[in-house]
Design a protein around this ligand. Structure first.
Ligand SMILES: [Mg+2]
Length: 112
């Protein structure tokens, strides 16, 4: 997790000004592109895996922006600590959700 999240967050810190709202709308657009890549791949320039990367980029950037929102007047010097907090919190929740998945807590009985 750290590798992908760390790479995306490096870009989040450097990216131009954007809002939670604009990134969320971009995420929805990317999910739509992923849907098209799965349903009509012949009409797409990019394979599904590329669209999955776009979705991952958007959701991690969204996590960064939400953390930034909670900071009072964040400065450039605060960015490494903010990035570390986002990574730690993402890892915590991903691990927690994967634990449920590992225990089949959300399994669809029809699919088994
Ligand atoms: Mg895309």
């Amino acid at each position: 997790m750290t590798g992908i999240a760390e790479r995306v967050l490096q870009s989040s810190v450097r990216a131009q000004a954007r809002s939670v709202d604009s990134v969320f709308k971009n995420l929805v657009e990317e999910v739509g592109e992923l849907s098209r890549a799965l349903n009509r791949p012949w009409r797409c320039d990019e394979p599904a895996i590329g669209e999955i990367a776009d979705v991952i980029n958007c959701v991690i950037d969204l996590a960064f922006l939400l953390e930034l929102q909670d900071c009072i007047n964040p400065r450039e010097d605060d960015m490494p600590a903010i990035v570390e907090t986002v990574q730690r919190r993402l890892e915590h929740y991903v691990d927690k959700k994967c634990g449920k998945w590992d225990r089949c807590e959300n399994a669809d009985p029809e699919a088994l």
